[in-house]
Design a protein around this ligand. Structure first.
Ligand code: HEC
Length: 720
């Protein structure tokens, strides 16, 4: 094809350098993988071509590293970095390790937690900083940022407070009912001597705000803070109720940041304001929630923003850092920001000004009927590229994999509200399409830098969004039931939304079956009170209520009678005057066998030409063997894990629930090579060269949101 002829590539490289002063080339020639997603622009592109379309079928396992700390639940989402001949990665229990990148032999392992700790987490990568002989790896474990000496793996104790920067500190003034529960699942960005980071915060009322912060990479001292929930006098402040900034949370860049190093501009893409599904306490447009923000990297000063979802009610977080790409539109070379979304859109904006490159229209959307809510009347719709997933549900979209499945889904949506995208959450239940898992997710998009082709994995699975009024914790039968029985009721009320009514966990939330084998009752009480990662703390819950839940979870025979306590009589925690809502559950629209309730494909890989905005090809990615047997080889599966694209003409991608790692021809979408991993590869691979040999490596941790078997593997491939 035109794009892939060698002369064209040479011409493109020349052209690229002349017209963009080698903007990205200077910071990266794309032959190394020193930073998360390959380069500052997070494009996951490599100029290596030793492994290519002609020889990829000869790819073999070069080495396997097992971290040895399998988690029941957490998966490996890590995109490792490679500095020289050392690979740095993360284990399911958040140990950071260094390996010989040629052999997989471990050089050192650093465990951020005390021995035998039950901690673990999702984490997508590490950041590397070097100056003269000093080299540091910056990692996150829970609420702590840690700096390690890259050579020895020793913690640098002069960084932060005895070796730790507590992300919960320096965020906002303390206030009644507020708690900070800041975590980070994506790596920081290094700019000069600054380490700049977003965060992962809770999604409930009173969660922490997602302000973006920069720290001195040597001392860990905070250098600047960008308020993603603006304070009086700052741009965007008037898009919230007057005092909201004191208590509102969310608007966090949890998926990482990208950097235009030459311009000194940092790009953030933020998540929803919290509480995610009802905005009665945050009336207004809610800047800088769900926004692409350009920030001066040195100072944290606001440059521009573009909001992709106004007053979000759908958990439509921007799920990945913006891709920084150079395109050629109608003969004109442009540096742009390309943002994929859970809605399945790609927003392409001028990098300097934030102006749309293709037209975007504000279109009217349905109004909410939930008390206290004032949904935003319009939402932006790019006219190009066209959406990559379905954005409405009609009769014809209901699954056709069997007559039973079709009938099951029809009857399960009978009493729900369904139809267009952006139908607001309701008390009756609304089919939300696209769902919380997109469209696009944290897997991100890779871009073939010379040609401007973007490759992006897309999910196509609706959710059912139902709001319920929050009431006090006390079961109505208080005084007539035992502590253990009360525990069951309390669990269903406060915990089942995330951990499942059957305690088997839920899309993205850990199971609580067998919790007695992993924790002591007192640990669980602490988790309930303080929260953990994305889990909110239940600060107002009385001691008796916590004991009751523990009795239920641990199946202890606590047959004392349950007496209503004072706190459990408060009708709505903290704000008696307002009605608050919670989500009934993170529920996907599924058929009776657990397959998505709409017609396949459910997971696809898409090739979009960013120069023209046109979709060039689309393939289903992943299969269910039992459906293939019935003639359905075209379903795809839910995808978690990004692709990378190389000058060898290949896209490498795991992500699918069938636990396969694939090489795909980037010009045609043809699958050229498949490898059955020992556990799902729900991570973004990396590629690098040592001593003239190209390697491709992927973490295979299984489990997690895909709920397949878990693993602790990093597997590298090379030609013989
Ligand atoms: C809004 C969703 C949400 C709600 C509601 C919630 N949790 Fe969680 N919970 C989580 C998440 C997410 C984690 C994983 C946290 C992490 O990153 O370590 C978790 C972790 C836990 C763990 C540790 C599990 C493990 O294996 O590491 C326990 C125990 C737990 N929750 C108990 C509860 C109880 C009891 C309740 C009700 C009082 C509750 N949770 C309510 C989201 C929730």
């Amino acid at each position: 094809m035109f794009f892939h002829s060698p002369t064209y590539l040479l011409a493109a490289a020349f052209f690229f350098c002349v017209f963009t002063s080698c903007n990205l080339q200077k910071t990266s020639d794309f032959s190394t993988w020193k930073t998360y997603r390959g380069d500052d622009g997070t494009n996951a592109y490599s100029s290596l071509a030793q492994i290519n379309t002609k020889n990829v079928t000869q790819l073999q396992v070069a080495w396997v590293y097992r971290t040895g700390d399998l988690s029941d639940y957490f998966t490996l989402e890590c995109n490792p970095i490679i500095i020289g001949n050392v690979l740095y990665g993360i284990s399911p229990k958040l140990k950071t390790f260094a390996l010989n990148a040629q052999t997989g032999e471990p050089l050192w392992v650093f465990d951020p937690f005390p021995k035998d700790s039950k901690e673990g987490g999702f984490n997508r990568g590490l950041a590397y900083w070097a100056n003269g002989n000093e080299q540091r790896i910056i990692m996150f474990a829970g609420n702590r940022m840690i700096a390690l000496d890259a050579l020895s793996g020793k913690q640098i104790l002069s960084f932060g407070d005895s070796g730790y920067v507590d992300l919960n500190k320096n965020l906002r003034p303390a206030g009644p009912g507020l708690y900070e529960n800041v975590n980070n699942t994506s790596p920081a960005v290094i700019y000069e001597d600054l380490v700049i980071t977003g965060s992962s915060v809770g999604e409930d009322y009173e969660s922490s705000p997602g302000h973006i912060r920069a720290y001195d990479v040597r001392t860990g001292k905070m250098k600047w803070i960008f308020h993603t929930i603006p304070q009086p006098g700052e741009p965007g402040y008037d898009t919230w109720p007057k005092d909201a900034y004191k208590t509102a949370g969310g608007c966090n860049a949890w998926a990482g940041l990208s950097l235009d190093r030459k311009r000194g501009i940092l790009f953030a893409a933020t998540g929803s304001p919290s509480f995610d599904f009802h905005g009665g306490e945050r009336l207004g447009q809610n800047l800088f929630g769900n926004s692409i923000i350009a920030i001066e990297a040195k100072t944290g000063k606001y440059i521009w923003h573009y909001q992709v979802t106004h007053h979000d009610l759908w958990d439509y977080d921007l799920p990945s850092p913006p891709n920084l790409v150079t395109i050629k539109k109608e003969g004109k070379v442009m540096d742009v920001v390309a943002q994929i979304t859970k809605q399945g859109f790609i927003f392409i904006l001028d990098r300097q000004t934030g102006q749309p490159v293709f037209p975007i229209e504000e279109r009217p959307v349905a109004a909410s009927t939930v008390p206290g809510e004032q949904s935003w009347p319009t939402q932006p719709v790019p006219l190009k590229p066209l959406p990559l997933c379905r954005q409405k549900l009609d009769e014809n979209d209901i699954t056709d994999i069997s007559p039973e499945a079709n009938a099951f889904v029809r009857s399960s949506i009978k009493n729900l509200i369904w139809g267009e995208m952006y139908l607001p959450p309701s008390l009756e239940g609304t089919v939300q399409i696209p769902g919380y898992r997109g469209g696009a997710e944290w897997s991100g998009a890779c871009v073939d830098m010379p040609s401007g082709m973007m490759y992006v994995g897309i999910n196509d699975i609706p959710n059912i969004t139902t709001l319920v009024k929050k009431t006090g914790y006390a079961p109505a039968e208080a005084g007539k039931i035992t502590i253990k029985e009360a525990g069951n009721t309390l669990y269903q009320k406060s915990c089942s939304v995330c951990h499942g009514a059957d305690r088997k966990g839920n899309d993205g939330f850990p199971p609580l079956l067998g919790v007695e084998q992993r924790f002591k009752p007192s640990d669980v009480k602490t988790i309930i009170e303080k929260g953990k990662g994305m889990m909110p703390g239940f600060r107002d819950m009385s001691g008796q209520d916590k004991e009751a839940i523990v009795a239920y979870l641990f199946n202890t025979n606590d047959n004392r009678m349950y007496t209503p306590s004072q706190s459990s009589e408060i009708p709505t925690p903290k704000t008696n005057d307002k009605v608050r809502y919670s989500l009934k559950g993170y529920v996907q629209l599924l058929d009776q066998n657990g397959y998505p309730g709409i017609k396949p494909p459910w997971g696809t890989l898409n090739a979009v030409n960013l120069n023209t905005g046109e979709l060039e090809w689309k393939i289903p990615l992943g299969q269910y063997p039992e459906l293939v047997e019935k003639g359905r080889d075209d379903t795809g599966t839910q995808l978690f894990g990004g692709g990378i694209v190389t000058a060898g003409g290949l896209i490498f991608m795991g992500a699918s629930q069938d636990e396969k790692f694939r090489a795909i021809d980037k010009s045609t979408g043809k699958i050229l090579w498949e490898y059955q991993l020992p556990a799902g590869g729900y991570a973004t691979p990396a590629t690098y060269e040592v001593d003239g040999k190209q390697y491709v490596v992927i973490a295979a941790g299984g489990g997690g949101r895909q709920r397949t078997k878990t693993g602790d593997y990093y597997i590298a491939f090379a030609l013989r």
